[in-house]
Ligand binder design. Sequence first.
Ligand code: FES
Ligand SMILES: [Fe+2]
Length: 332
Amino acid sequence: MTITNPMPQIGNKGIPREGEGGFSQCWFPVALSSEVDKGRLVGREFLDGRVVVYRGADGQARVHSAYCRHLGADLSVGDVQGNDVRCAFHNWQYGPDGMCSKIPASSKRIPRQARLFTYPVAETMGLIWAFNGTEPLYDPPAFPTHPVEDLVFQVQETRRWKVDPYMLLTNSMDFQHLRELHGMKMEHDPADIVMEGYQYEYEVEGELPNFGWLHQRVRCFGDNSITLTMTTREGAEVMGAFSGTPVPGGCRGFNVQATTRSDGTPEGDAKTEQILFMSQALMVQLQDEDAPVMDTIRFREDVLIDADRALGKFFRYVRDFPRAHPGDGYIN
Ligand code: FES
Ligand SMILES: [Fe+2]
């Protein structure tokens, strides 16, 4: 006798977690620019391991694997020497390219293997970003409407998230949740979602509680970063961005607020401050509303309906996104 389960089958279990088959090849924020002054060195969790972020005498930020190639001391307890980082244990030094440049106890040739993994680095929007690869596949995130020099930024690290960054970005394509969870009044879902290479973009308008009507131009980079350029009914332009960085157990999050520079008058300064405040309040409102769900979700793509069309497109985008782990063995 065959026993049949009367319950319908459970659908697809969803996109693999970060770390399975590598990590997404994205630009990931590793530190706030303001945390890494010239000559400073900080250690940060990154992917399934740890990196050091430092700024040498030339002012350039750099990101290397954290563990010394001699005996594995954590370089974040070392110091910066010129443009090199120096290990606290036996004072081996590593240059900007990650190659060991000095071993005080030896006059012999430096072993070729004495090299750290060096991530490509960019610094923009008040953040230091590392690209998970040997060469970046795309440019670091930017707001589509203004060159970076014309903007002022404010940036904070958010709470820790238990999910991978792509899960937080899922939000951006989940129009059903914008309505139901965030109470956004929207007439239509955006029909034109332009996906190109390693980014996608769309425009949407609607009314959000505590914020009012707004038109949003949304651009996502990789599967971890989103920039929102919002125009209110009064014509104020409010810009905000979020980016997530995988770390063991989930991800770190970073919120960025931006606006055009003040004209230097007291009214101009007050307006700039007000817009930065609005942008921050909006991001925090949305994230606070998402947090209870994101902290407890057991993600799966199970029963999808018509209203999830854009979401399905996003899931495919993430599933096809390249993954790699070139720092494996070095950072962990
Ligand atoms: S462990 Fe770093 S120099 Fe020995
Ligand atoms: Fe959300």
